[in-house]
Design a protein around this ligand. Structure first.
Ligand SMILES: Nc1ncnc2c1ncn2[C@@H]1O[C@H](COP(=O)(O)OP(=O)(O)OP(=O)(O)O)[C@@H](O)[C@H]1O
Ligand SMILES: [Mg+2]
Length: 260
């Protein structure tokens, strides 16, 4: 069975793509067969972070001028990248049927993968909710700001009420210390569990790190940099990866990427 993990958020710019790229690479380095699906259609950027040359886009796939194999890029460490296309207006406003078509198109990968990591678009749009709910684990990335809490809460509420999803893992990003990260998680959990019957798990935290910032600029993900192995950023990314590797999948009530 392919495990599918969505990296989502309420607020944009909180580090979803950085986390999705590095976790996907770390799972690959553990010997897992992994694909990273960039579902931020039209505004995709995982291929930039991975320095992958994109020849064909999902738009070519939807217009039947390319098959899925031609769209997939080979990223480092054996990771397969399904790029979401950037600067392609047609991909910005896909309807539910097209999104479903894209999800179904990944079915042939079922026997070639252990993990599908989905870099979801920010916010509570239909697209974000559809892609998150199609995964058997949803990670919501938070930063310790009231705006991030509010948007993450709204996203989880919509996922729960509209998609009947009731289990979410949290990563606190850009925290100053482990203590601050835990304090953010605990106060967020208090808000969520007060109003929603959703179970939250703490998947880990990341520091506000120049190394992560620079890795984007240099297009060399920190998970691939041997000289960063002892940094808090890489150690904590490894621990998030281990958490996700070990967590029990939540049976998703609706359409799943890989029908069971
Ligand atoms: N832990 C971190 N420390 C420092 N900078 C970070 C960290 N995580 C992410 N960033 C920076 O924050 C910015 C946004 O990160 P990223 O693109 O991963 O966020 P995102 O949630 O995917 O954004 P979007 O909602 O636009 O897709 C980038 O410049 C990235 O370098
Ligand atoms: Mg992103």
């Amino acid at each position: 069975m392919v495990r599918s993990i969505a990296i989502a958020s309420g607020k944009g710019g909180v580090g979803k793509s950085s986390i999705a790229v590095n976790v996907a690479l770390m799972l690959s380095k553990l010997g897992k067969r992994v694909a990273l699906f960039d579902a931020d259609f039209g505004m995709a950027n995982a291929h930039i972070m991975l320095d992958c040359k994109v020849e064909k886009s999902l738009q070519d796939f939807l217009t039947k001028t390319a098959n899925l194999e031609e769209v997939i890029c080979e990223a480092p460490s054996g990771l397969k990248l399904v790029p979401g296309g950037s600067g392609i207006i047609e991909l910005l406003n896909l309807d539910h049927t097209k999104r479903w078509e894209i999800m179904r198109s990944l079915s042939p990968l079922e026997n070639e993968l252990d993990y599908l990591i989905v870099d979801a678009p920010a916010g509570g749009s239909d697209a974000s909710l559809d892609f998150a709910a199609a995964c058997d684990t949803v990670v919501v990335v938070l930063v310790g700001e009231p705006t991030s809490f509010m948007d993450a809460y709204s996203f989880i509420k919509a996922l729960h009420l509209e998609k009947k999803y009731n289990n979410v893992s949290i990563v606190v990003n850009m925290a100053a210390t482990a203590k601050d990260a835990m304090a953010s998680y605990e106060s967020f959990k208090k808000i969520v569990t007060k109003f929603l019957s959703v179970e939250l798990n703490f998947a880990g935290w990341l520091p506000n790190s120049n190394e992560i910032k620079n890795s984007i600029l240099s297009r060399k993900p920190i998970a691939l940099q041997k000289n960063q192995l002892n940094t808090t950023a890489v150690k904590n990314l490894s621990s998030i990866t281990r958490f996700l590797n070990e967590i029990e999948p939540t049976p998703s009530p609706g359409i799943n990427f890989f029908e069971k």
